[in-house]
Design a protein around this ligand. Structure first.
Ligand code: HEM
Ligand SMILES: *[C@@H]1O[C@H](CO)[C@@H](O)[C@H](O)[C@H]1NC(C)=O
Ligand SMILES: *[C@@H]1O[C@H](CO)[C@@H](O)[C@H](O)[C@H]1NC(C)=O
Ligand SMILES: *[C@@H]1O[C@H](CO)[C@@H](O)[C@H](O)[C@H]1NC(C)=O
Ligand SMILES: *[C@@H]1O[C@H](CO)[C@@H](O)[C@H](O)[C@H]1NC(C)=O
Length: 324
């Protein structure tokens, strides 16, 4: 009898622990009762914009990445600067972070349907997923229930985001400190199969790699020649396609480019300097044997759980660019 009591007590304990663990995380179907059409509304809005401007998919994906890497996925990347505070948005000079209007439009549609319910960080996670699918990429189920942070500081972005100049060790450490492993690093870097980059993010590889007017020996010399035509030394305005020819289509081309030493950033090239990431890059080159789409969904779900605010933490913003 006593053992039975102890047993039921233990089982109750375990349920309580599970309950707490659950309420602290994001979950599938979080808005099932409070805003059942949330996914349809975000998808419709995202599709509306991307059908007119397919290049918007890339900045939406990147925005979710930046959101999660800086203070956790809390929508802080969406906040505007205020007097006396430069927000994360200001991090990159003339940055290519665009697509805020998509999030704002989805938010206002959702505020009509179910006011005060859906967080901006959740909208961003959904829009990033929908954007990828709309340009022929994979899709995945997004656990929801994030809440919005009240703080956005420029310095946090500068400190926490990986730079295009990072080597493998630094990248591994940055990702690792957020709970992402080496596989997540090589898989999520595949996000560079879409989008554009400013010349300044890689021009040191073309013109002044070690400060002696030299080129990066780890980049295909023919490719350097072609990039130099587009990017003159000191150019701060020109942008180029990261995956030339298919920068609007989500595919495995990124790995082909990296394997040919045509990855644009030193951080892309760094994936060839570690045996595990190199093996992954080479294994994705043949699209028929590729696991990239499945892997990408899994790593995006993991990334989307970094430092989330749930339960009573944070707030549900009324407007994504401003705290309430
Ligand atoms: C591994 C570390 C990473 C570094 C160092 C890095 C760096 C960069 C840089 C420098 C740019 C170009 C910015 C510019 O010059 O305008 C860029 C663009 C981009 N990044 Fe990354 N990134 C990383 C990881 C990721 C991840 C994890 C994702 C998403 C899963 C991502 C998605 C993108 C996209 C889609 C673009 C194109 C944006 C556009 O066209 O507007 N990146 N990244
Ligand atoms: C917020 O900042 C964005 C640029 O990041 C700007 O386009 C927008 O007009 C700002 N919104 C408001 C309401 O000030
Ligand atoms: C990687 O970069 C860091 C920071 O710049 C540097 O301290 C380290 O020595 C580099 N590691 C390798 C293996 O080059
Ligand atoms: C190359 O880098 C070195 C060291 O950072 C700098 O002194 C030099 O001015 C640079 N040269 C050019 C052409 O940018
Ligand atoms: C930003 O863009 C403006 C105009 O396009 C240009 O004059 C300026 O040099 C750029 N600044 C940086 C840091 O890229």
């Amino acid at each position: 009898m006593a053992t039975l009591k102890l047993l039921s007590f233990l089982i109750l304990q375990i349920f309580c622990i599970l309950e707490v663990a659950n309420s602290q995380g994001v979950e599938l179907g979080f808005y099932k009762k409070t805003c059942p059409n949330v996914e349809a509304i975000v998808k419709q809005t995202t599709a509306h914009y991307i059908s007119r401007a397919p290049t918007l998919a890339a900045p939406l994906l990147r925005m979710h990445f930046h959101d999660c890497f800086v203070r956790g996925c809390d929508g802080s990347v969406l906040l505007n600067s205020t007097k006396g505070n430069q927000a994360e948005k200001d991090a990159i000079p003339n940055q290519s972070l665009r697509g805020f209007q998509v999030i704002d439009a989805a938010k206002s549609a959702l505020e009509k349907e179910c006011p005060g319910i859906v967080s901006c960080s959740d909208i961003l996670a959904l829009a990033a997923r929908d954007a990828v699918e709309l340009i022929n990429g994979p899709t995945w189920a997004v656990p929801l229930g994030r809440r919005d942070g009240r703080v956005s500081i420029l310095l946090d972005a500068l400190k926490n985001l990986p730079t295009p100049f990072d080597n493998f060790t630094t990248l591994k450490t940055t990702f690792g400190s957020l709970g992402l492993n080496v596989k997540d690093l090589v898989v999520l870097s595949g996000g560079h199969t879409i989008g554009m980059s400013h010349c300044f993010s890689f021009s040191s590889r073309l013109y002044n790699f070690t400060g002696k007017g030299d080129m990066d020996p780890n980049m295909d010399q023919n490719y350097i020649g072609r990039l130099k035509i587009k990017c003159k030394s000191g150019d701060v305005t020109t942008i180029v396609e990261m995956d030339p020819g298919s920068f609007k289509s989500f595919d495995t081309d990124y790995y082909t480019m990296v394997s040919k030493r045509r990855g644009l950033f030193a951080s892309d090239a760094a994936l060839l300097t570690d045996s595990q990431t190199k093996a992954y890059v080479l294994s994705q080159v043949n699209p028929y044997g590729s696991t990239f789409f499945k892997d990408f969904g899994e790593s995006m779900i993991k990334m989307g759980k970094i430092g989330v605010l749930t339960g009573k933490a944070g707030e549900i913003r009324k407007h994504c660019a401003f705290r309430n």
